[in-house]
Design a binder for this molecule. Structure first.
Ligand code: BGC
Length: 704
């Protein structure tokens, strides 16, 4: 390969106005983004075959939660606490995209985030490193099984943007970075993610796009990652705005030398790297290393042997009956029942007429959510349509009043909505945030219902009719005040094409809600960042002592804890037994608990296990999720559930990156959310120590 051909392999171009087939023909492009139909893919690949070396292009796209069949957003999907569903959704999404020639997805997003102001929280797995690890790995496995390579993103720390402002800098102490933010990425690499996308943000003063500590020391050396790193969109160019490069040449040099192998759409590698090599500022061996990584992935994907895609294929063959079923299944389990006073739900036989209010009930686009790839509004069954179809089967009448438009800036429609409510037996108010207020570049400083939605809800509640609040949003909203006015509320996120039928099933009681919050739900924006796995303090909160942790004007408790979600039945937890009261870091901790369905409906419960390392060399979180299992119980049924935690999982990092599991006592809780109070304890009689990059742990004896 000539130097220019090598650099070409490191350059990713986008479809659109700036796409120039002659660049592909001249070997100046290694990969393409935003080619989302077979015709375009086939045409571009044909041009690549005409280049001197004929190296096939790699086609990438943001396939996050579906291709043509849109599944719930990843955060919603995480609320299922059912990783098998996430795997299945990823596999189907990948298979649909692969059908028209896409080969590589910019997913999953593995950014842990504890800040609902950050709009992209909807694209990830929430606040917990363990839950995020499990779901990230499941998604990588699913996408790969469906035929796409993955680019786990955004490496790293992007979810901790200061103030929840997208693109803002991130400051994360090294030990916390390794304990909280890196584990989902590592899980992705271990699950075989072929590529990694670097993040936009600066991490501790150095932009992730030029961060050798992250991209080379940790990713390449410690984790032995041998795939390639792609930058985020034009992020190499942004090194100039970050203030660490004076021009494009310096930006390209810094990114490459830090370990960014491929330049996403910036064109700076093409413009400058060959000159940088000729000037002796970049060793050609560094280019070779990056090219080897890119070609290794192309070889692994079998691109050199693959026949070109049949240009006649169209994604209109989807959604199929099966893909709809899968999307419905995920949507159904993603819904979180937040409140259900006086059992207003499910709607009973006395409900003969329902008033549906809110523009979000009828907006297919918003139900699809951000990054809907080839999701079509015509394929989408809205909440209103889903309810209508279900109600019709039961002879129930559904009337609809918008109330106000999506952002609810005017009140002109309130009168008609109130009239509709008065004439009905129950009101379903579908409120929240349109999808444009969620996702990338959608940070919010206020977490309340926007516009006049709260006033609309007031007016509906004042009719005296039971109002069911269905929240369509990408993040928890501070709705404490609103919840006082309504008996029942559910979180319906952005549920995708089958969201309408799924919500209808839940409202009518055909399905029993089983979703659990993958994030702590704040009361107010002032509590943010808020997460359950916080470090203890020397002055834990006490309501009778001012000089303890707390706010003057807000309780310490969130509105809803992490892991929370109601059901139409009740579960009781008892008989917690640690079957391994003394164990070793190289062995397994096993806890058993009896769970009983004490209600009269079958339902699923998520049995959650939390631990605390009671005395350690560094403060350890008050609680950490270490295992969970979703089980189905018939009415009256009981089951002894056994949860296991490898002792090796009970450790933490020191500032220098060393991982330690320290011997001593651990407390353990099992229950239905992060406030579970059924507890026990166990002792680790020995621990272990792993230096950064070390594979075999050293045993550490308990010193009494
Ligand atoms: C986003 C990435 C995405 C990329 C390509 C960027 O703006 O940060 O998550 O993969 O665009 O669409």
């Amino acid at each position: 390969m000539t130097l220019d051909e090598k650099v070409g392999q490191l350059s990713l171009a986008s479809n659109g106005a700036f796409y120039r087939p002659e660049d592909v023909r001249n070997g100046r492009v290694g990969a393409l983004i935003n080619f989302n139909n077979a015709q375009d893919v086939a045409a571009a690949q044909k041009v690549a075959r005409q280049s001197r070396l004929g190296i096939p292009l790699l086609f990438g796209l943001d396939v996050l939660h579906g291709f043509r069949t849109t599944f719930p957003m990843p955060l919603a999907e995480t609320a299922t606490f059912n990783p098998a569903l996430a795997r299945k959704a990823a596999e189907r999404s990948a298979a649909e995209a692969a059908y028209i020639g896409v080969q590589w997805t910019y997913a999953p997003m593995a950014d842990v985030s504890r800040d609902p102001r950050w709009g992209r929280i909807v694209e990830g797995a929430g606040e917990d490193p363990y839950l995020a690890r499990v779901f990230t790995a499941a998604r990588v496995e699913g996408f790969r099984a469906g035929g796409l390579a993955t680019a786990v993103k955004h490496f790293a720390g992007y979810g901790a943007a200061a103030g929840g402002r997208d693109y803002d800098a991130t400051d994360i102490p090294p030990a916390e970075l390794r304990d909280v933010f890196l584990p989902p990425f590592r899980a992705a690499v271990e699950a075989g993610s072929e590529t990694v996308m670097s993040a936009f943000n600066a991490l501790n003063g150095l932009p992730a796009t030029a961060h050798p500590g992250l991209l080379t020391a940790i990713l390449r050396n410690e984790w032995a990652f041998d795939g390639f790193v792609v930058s985020d969109w034009a992020a190499i160019h942004e090194l100039i705005a970050h203030g660490i490069a004076k021009d494009g040449a310096e930006a390209a040099r810094k990114a490459l030398l830090a370990g960014v192998d491929m330049d996403m759409i910036g064109g700076l590698y093409n413009d400058h790297l060959a000159d940088e090599v000729r000037a002796g500022r970049v060793p050609e061996s560094a280019i070779d290393e990056a090219v080897r990584r890119v070609l290794r992935v192309k070889l692994r994907l079998g691109l050199f042997e693959r026949p070109d895609i049949d240009a006649k294929r169209v994604d209109a063959v989807f959604p199929t009956q099966e893909s709809r079923q899968a999307a419905r299944e995920v949507a159904r389990e993603a819904v979180v029942l937040l409140q259900n006073r006086s059992k207003a739900l499910p709607l009973g036989p006395g409900t003969r007429k329902i008033a549906v209010v809110g523009a979000l009930a009828a907006s297919a686009k918003d139900q699809l959510g951000p990054h809907a790839a080839r999701g079509h509004i015509e394929d989408t069954v809205t909440i209103l349509e889903g309810l209508r179809a279900r109600a019709e089967r039961a002879g129930v009448i559904v009337i609809y009043a918008e109330g106000c438009e999506l952002r609810c800036e005017t009140t002109g429609g309130f009168g008609a909505a109130v009239d509709a409510a008065r004439s009905a037996d129950a009101v379903v108010a579908v409120l929240g945030e349109p999808e444009a207020m969620s996702g990338e570049a959608a940070s919010r400083a206020h977490l309340g219902l926007s516009g006049q939605q709260s006033e609309l809800l007031d007016a509906l509640a004042a009719t005296g009719k039971p109002v069911i609040l269905v929240l369509v949003a990408g993040r928890p909203l501070s709705i404490g005040k609103e919840l006082e006015k309504v008996p029942s509320a559910l979180m319906a996120w952005y549920l995708g094409v089958e969201g309408g039928p799924a919500v209808a099933e839940i409202l009518f009681g055909d399905a029993n809600p089983s979703g659990k919050l993958p994030i702590t739900w704040p009361r107010s924006v002032g509590q943010v960042p808020i997460h359950y796995n916080r470090l203890p303090t020397g002055r834990p909160h006490r309501s009778d002592n001012r000089f303890t942790l707390g706010y003057m004007d807000e309780p310490m408790r969130p509105l809803f804890p992490f892991g929370f979600g109601l059901s139409y039945t009740n579960f009781s937890f008892s008989n917690l037994t640690v079957t391994t009261p003394q164990t070793s870091a190289s062995d397994i901790v096993e806890v058993q608990v009896k769970v009983i369905n004490t209600g009269s409906r079958a339902g699923q419960e998520v049995v959650q296990l939390y631990v605390r390392d009671v005395v350690a060399s560094r403060s350890r979180p008050a609680r950490e999720l270490k295992a969970f299992e979703k089980i189905m119980l018939a009415p009256g049924e009981s089951r002894v559930v056994t949860l296991q935690v490898p002792g090796r999982e009970l450790g933490f990092h020191l500032e220098d990156g060393t991982y330690v599991v320290e011997p001593g006592r651990f407390d353990v809780w099992v229950g239905a959310d992060a406030l579970a109070d059924l507890s026990g304890s166990f002792e680790l009689i020995d621990g272990l120590r792993l230096l950064p990059g070390q594979r075999e742990a050293t045993r550490v004896q308990l010193v009494k």
